[in-house]
Design a protein around this ligand. Structure first.
Ligand code: ZN
Length: 200
């Protein structure tokens, strides 16, 4: 069985390089897969592995980052790090009536008739669907392999959009080394006869 740990914490740190190193060592030791983003503002990740190893890494991250409370979610995110950042920002700017939907945006979509929904546009989700529409169907965006930002159908018509490599936002900023790495990665994915599967 595989267990998934999804979490984030907004907590300032200036010890990025040390934290990166000790986290990576622990992740490799416990054969954990997934994506972990660590920045000066905090940590955000979705990790997968054997249940016993996931609980080890969960304890390790908590103690390393000295979290009293850890925002751990199950498969769907009840709260969103962007909502939290955006609401903090709006509060600081003096907006008085800032609310977050109870149970998160996805819950709002599930419970609201799309014709009566107040939602405009599509909603970014942290999986292969990239975005979903207010009727919870898969949206119209893809992800750019160069900058990991969502790209619209209009972006894909640009000359700066290259499948597996770049989009109009990052095309001019990629280093020769990045171009080489991303091209190689895309080549490997396209030519792989084995479908991507989580391996223990
Ligand atoms: Zn891009």
């Amino acid at each position: 069985m595989i267990k998934i740990l999804s979490f984030y914490k907004i907590k300032k740190t200036n010890k990025l390089n040390i934290l990166k190193k000790i986290l990576l060592d622990e992740i490799i030791k416990n054969e954990i897969k997934g994506l972990l983003i660590i920045s000066k503002e905090g940590i955000n990740g979705t990790l997968a592995g054997k249940p016993s190893n996931i609980s080890k890494i969960s304890k390790f991250i908590r103690s390393t980052f000295k979290f009293e409370k850890f925002d751990i979610e199950n498969s769907t995110s009840a709260k969103c790090i962007r909502c939290e950042k955006a609401s903090n920002y709006l509060n600081k700017k003096g907006f008085k009536n800032v609310y977050m939907p109870k149970g998160g945006v996805i819950n709002y979509f599930n419970k609201t008739d799309p014709n009566k929904s107040k939602w405009k546009g599509e909603c970014f989700v942290f999986d292969n669907r990239v975005t979903i529409k207010k009727n919870t169907q898969v949206g119209n965006y893809a992800i750019c392999n160069g900058c990991r930002m969502p790209i619209s159908k209009k972006d894909m018509k640009s000359k700066k959009y290259k499948v597996g490599l770049s989009c109009p936002k990052c095309h001019d900023n990629l280093s020769p080394n990045q171009i080489k790495r991303f091209t190689m990665r895309h080549h490997q994915i396209v030519n792989s006869k084995i479908p991507f599967k989580y391996k223990r």
